[in-house]
Design a protein. Structure first.
Length: 299
């Protein structure tokens, strides 16, 4: 329920649509000033899904302790240690761009899942404790805490996953895929509008791009690039920086023929190594995502 991979039924359209234009978003005038650096003692607010959370599949060894959110170390926690900043990680495994805004919207395992009204939040604690939507928490936190010097957002992959699970043709039609990408862009615009204008946050914002699960596969690459493009096109008018998680994983896996599991960047289980792979970053993979953010922020 917490995966971010876009399945093959969805992927058949990707090669055709990889060059498609994303939904245009209006420029946001004003409100963005030169923001303070992320310095020791300041706060970093991280928003997103299972990748941001640091989620690990139940099949990895040792079995994750889902009752202890401190067990999961995502890229925000890496940055917190590196820069000696306070991290508020509000992410939720399975979050979609819609459920991040509206707690009653369809998620892929956070508040609910296709075919289930029960989500991760009902069973296990998150890094940050709050009621309501992730966005509502973020806006309230930013309004009441003025030492936040960085907000990051990584969202959208679960939107495509839900489309595949809830459509008769598994999201294989161009209109369905266009709708998913448009939904991601529209919701990222809503999220960043709330952060900039409702919460009056003028600090650094970073969009972190998803990695590919197999850089030797044109389809896998295009899947990630489509979701990344939908995020990025919506975020740029808000003065957001784009952190190239995709490029970091690509470079690190190059000596392994693009195999991110053999490169030690995503989870796997069984013997020999990588007979069955997960989709979530290992500790090393999370470290690379942290590096992608560090390359584009002021600290």
């Amino acid at each position: 329920m917490n995966t971010y991979r876009l399945r093959r039924g969805f992927a058949v359209l990707v090669a055709v649509l990889a060059g498609a234009a994303f939904v245009a978003v209006p420029a946001v005038a004003g409100g963005v000033v030169r923001s303070p650096a992320l310095t020791p003692g300041s706060t970093y607010l991280a928003l997103g899904d299972s990748v941001t959370f640091g989620y690990l599949e139940s099949t990895v060894v040792p079995t994750p302790n889902y009752h202890d959110p401190g067990y999961f170390l995502g890229y925000p926690e890496h940055i917190g240690v590196e820069l000696k900043v306070k991290v508020v990680n509000a992410s939720c495994p399975g979050e979609t761009s819609a459920s991040l805004i509206n707690v009653n919207a369809q998620s892929n395992g956070c508040e609910n899942a296709p075919g289930s009204k029960t989500g991760y939040r009902a069973l296990y604690p998150l890094h940050a404790s709050y009621k309501g939507s992730q966005l509502a928490f973020a806006v309230h936190y930013l309004k009441t805490h003025h030492n936040v010097h960085l907000v990051s957002l990584m969202i959208g992959a679960n939107d495509a996953f839900v489309c595949e699970e809830t459509t008769k043709d598994h999201c294989m039609s161009k209109p369905e895929l266009d709708a998913v990408l448009g939904q991601i862009s529209k919701n990222v615009t809503k999220i960043l509008t709330a952060i900039r204008h409702t919460a009056h946050y003028h600090g650094q914002i970073v969009i972190l791009n998803y990695y590919s699960l197999d850089y030797a596969s044109a389809l896998d690459n295009a899947e990630s690039l489509l979701v990344n493009g939908a995020q990025d096109s919506a975020a740029k008018p808000f003065g957001a920086e784009i952190a190239d998680g995709y490029g970091e994983f690509e470079a690190q896996s190059r000596d392994f023929g693009g195999d991110v599991c053999q490169a030690g960047l995503i989870t796997s289980w069984g013997t020999p190594r990588c007979p069955t792979t997960g989709v979530h970053p290992t500790y090393s993979g999370q470290s690379l995502l942290a590096e992608a953010i560090l390359k584009v922020i002021r600290f």
